[in-house]
Design a protein around this ligand. Sequence first.
Ligand code: 3H9
Length: 698
Amino acid sequence: MSGVVKTEIRDGLAILTIDNPPVNALSIDVRRGLSQAIENVSEDTQVRAVVITCAGCTFISGADIREFGKPFQPPNLTDVISQIDGCNKPVIAAIHGVALGGGLEVALGCHFRIATKDAKLGLPEVKLGLLPGAGGTQRLPRAVGPELAVRMIVSGEPISAAAALNSGLIDEVVDGSAATGGETFARTILAEEIPIRRLRDDDSKLLAARNNRTIFTDAVAAVNKKNRGLEALVAAADAVGWSLDVPFDEALTRESNVFLKLMSGDQSKAQRYAFFAERDAAKIVDLPAGTEPRRVATVAIIGAGTMGGGIAMSFANAGVPVTLLELAQEPLDHGLNIIRKNYEATAARSGLSADWVSERLNLINGAVGLAEAKDADLVVEAVYETMVVKLDVFKKLDQLAKPGAVLATNTSFLDVNKIGAATKRPQDVIGLHFFSPANVMRLCEIVRGYKTAPDVLATGVAIARRIGKVPAVVGVCHGFVGNRMLMVRGKQADKLLLEGVLPQQVDAVITKFGMPMGPFAMLDLAGLDIGWRSRKDRGETSEIEDALCEAGRFGQKTGKGYYRYEQGSRSPLPDTDVENLITNTWARRGLKRRAVSDDEILDRILYPMINEGARILEEGIAARASDIDVVWLYGYGWPIHRGGPMYYADEIGLAQVAERLSYQSAIDGDASLRPSSLLSRLASSGQTFASFNRSRDH
Ligand code: 3H9
């Protein structure tokens, strides 16, 4: 008997317990163990029914992703599930925690399924650039109907136990443990002589859809509308469609072939990389062993503006009570009102109840002044992005916050060390840089100052994860990781305008690459006046952007910027006034317009960003290249199937990136474009960013 699958026989029932920490993934040992156990119990005349359950915090979380891309070892999961399906005794899946991917496919191969109240069930394979490859695309439509099946598979989002019960995915929701619930259910099946139900033989939920294929064409159309190039989504929707007219076994073979094809493709490779990069980013490389995060039960947020409000919503969404602080009643009421409207809009859009709205609103209190911050375990400052204002807030906080409270700034550019030095407790000060809209964007840069204590850093990471954010630890520099690279991108985009390119061409290249927005549309969204004011303060200029601002074109908020916007619309429309302004600039400067190819635009935008990423890595501002990728994936919408800028560079080959940068640096006479020393070194030795290990190579 395999060590990871244990069989216990009790009074005619075989309880098969999978115990493969941390998340009971279907490793080779689990597949072998399950196969062997099913064979044994099928032959054991004492056994009348079988319960499959899991030890630890969850049911099976899916195939073992670490095995993908490595030589395959039998048995394959589809065969193990066929064995379960073909078992001559009723098999019951007893689910707690999550049943995901191959885990749900195992459950669908069982004859009955029960789950605990808090369980979640789903097929998230598309998030890894795959489709369910062990029968999920064929059994799920038979369990819940093709309409819900296609939605679940294409979104990859799990559903709750209650929704699973409603849809027919499970047979019962149980109180108490899954194992006990499964056992009781199995005994009932035996007592009531309920016959075995094999989903493969049950077409009843497919009948209506057989004459109405529009649900698939609609699903594919919906996917294509939003899809920025993910091939797994379309493949998954297609595969669910086979359930209507392709014989079950043939559909399984097709599904398996497509799964293997996707798995060996570039997109899935990048998406699997992103999965592990996200988890690695939460690991602090040099954290002393045994460091525990501080306890955070109460949170105060200073500033009820857009950022403060979004941050408050993030905490409330995770059930953490917050107090929102403002200088005066009027801006506080305004901020709270916007939060309420945001929740109401979400509820209306997603069919959620008024109770859902009030549950969240009840977790957000407001108060005028800073005094209420005195009891908070964590204070997040989200005031105006100016050093003087931030220093003033931190000096005051130092006077009133309780000892041991974590004091965080949400600055997006400023020096966290300087902010810490304004207090007598710099060890308690940290940056928690949320991205706008903070209640939606998943990234949180955890900025560690020179003096930030290890347990404060650990608290930053832990709290970010607790509220569903993806943390990435970064060091102090102007703009940290994300905005520092964004500034480099902006400078290159500006340069292209002076060479004959129009904003819409640059933006089209970047959106075709898969980013949600190009640099100019993004500037219009953020507001051009912010950069204009800060350039003026620093005595800097940007010829075209300054001219746009002088003409009152601040972006979406004024209905025009690099683009024009129709009343009530956020769609950027090319504007002849802007084109004239740009052509006049060329004429005035005596510049000769040059046709620049899309490929050149892409390289000239991305390679300097990668070069900056290399500097960030070399300086130790990011500990791993994959942390930089995480910042761009979750903070700026870098397309997941391209893994992130550093991964993208590794895939192209660093020699090509370095060579192209050297060439452009010579043409432009711009030393900042020269390959950084790390990039040059890795490129000349044929290495990758992924292979760079600071403690070894620096
Ligand atoms: C599939 O099933 C294909 C089939 O259709 C067909 C096959 C033929 N494998 O996220 P956490 C590790 S595709 C290997 O921090 P949480 C993870 O790397 C699969 N390792 O915990 C981490 O390791 P470390 C479909 C896995 O509590 C540790 O477990 N399934 C896997 O926040 C803890 O992870 C999915 O896509 C795995 N499948 O969340 C589910 N899963 O400590 C993917 C996790 O070394 N997993 N690890 O960094 C998840 O969504 C979350 O991990 C889960 C737990 C919700 C399970």
